[in-house]
Design a protein around this ligand. Sequence first.
Ligand code: PLP
Length: 457
Amino acid sequence: MNMITNHLPTAELQALDSAHHMHPFTAGAELARKGARIITRAKGVTLTDSDGNQILDAMAGLWCVNIGYGWDSIAEVAARQMRELPYYNTFFQTSHVPVIALSQKLAELAPGDLNHVFYASGGSDANDTNVRLVRHYWAAKGKPTKKTIISRMNAYHGSTMAGASLGGMTGMHAQGGLPIPDIVHIGQPDWYSEGGEMSPEEFGLMRARELEAKIAELGEDNVAAFIAEPIQGAGGVIIPPESYWPEIQKICDAHEILLIADEVICGFGRTGKMFGSLTYDIRPHIMTVAKGLSSGYAPIGASIVCDEVANTVGEAGDFNHGYTYSGHPVSCAVALENLRILEEKKMVENVASVTGPYLKERWEQLADHPLVGEAKIKGFMASLAMTPNKAARAPFEAPKGTVGLIARGHCFGGNLIMRHVGDRMIIAPPLILSRSDVDVLIERAVKALDLTLAEIK
Ligand code: PLP
């Protein structure tokens, strides 16, 4: 067999890729016809592909490369850790220095009394942990009927059986017999698509009160928790109306249920504060984190848990749950170095008050484009809702996502990674984005929108 290296021609790499590699969220047959775009290296906010194109990555990989690409010190820390202790587990009363240090750091960063960390390899399996943890907590409190978890339609909480069940993606539920029992969904706070004649504030309250109605319908004795992303990411960057989270918090406070904030995307600076929960004044009992925890340099996720839940579960005997890579030493060391860089380089401040306000100004101007019905942004998460009729906030005719796909193609062609969710275009760039990067991003986005408009006319 030939050595497979960066130096093989793109077509050869594409053929080998489609012959042997099954891609996530991808139609294999279509990919075999088109060929994957092969990324060979990356630095800062820029990717290089196998044809030498320089691409602005406005999605930070998969919303994860918060500190940007190419930090040597992370490679050095990982190599040092691999030499010293490449692996040891955290089961059966053993521990190691990187996991102790990272847990202490996360307890320091997380709000309130979220002082205890249970590790996973990513966000999906951290959410699986949450399902088992909250049910086990209530059983330990003598309330075993409190099992149902309320989530939201169009939420994304991962791809495992529990993660995808917690998520509210109909396309995912349609494959593999989901959702699993005792997971139910209420409406999402997407005013643009679903708010009709209501004001955003009225609609936000209405959608929050669906939680109260669902708790009443199920009976409080049967509800374990409510889970939500502070801002829905994969659902299309759905920034909730300002009325939404205060009402949700009020309802959670008034009922005996746990609140889980899925911070996998919002966490570690993306909303302009360290966590989305701080941006929206949410007081969760558990936060799910992943992605920005290591900026994608190594796989790691975690549930950060409050004193009451962790102590109750701790008193109840063994929690019969864990992953081989829970608290992997290399991932923990990488995450610690990532957080050190994030803080030292003041990247959260860059989102809040340096580049962030400029990106907001430029992004919101995109609402003037004839194809754009709404341009929304919070921190470094933003969306464009494309429409054939701005005044009516009308969707394009079915099949949904056709225009989004065309626009994504023109972004790719113009060396900009912007993702589409249906006919919404979204970005979540690395937190190191500069003003000049913003100018390039907006220039390429406008060009892609112009080409899309010309193509669909
Ligand atoms: N939760 C949220 C909010 C996410 O956006 C994601 C991934 O995009 C996940 C969970 C799943 O994380 P992972 O892909 O690391 O399993």
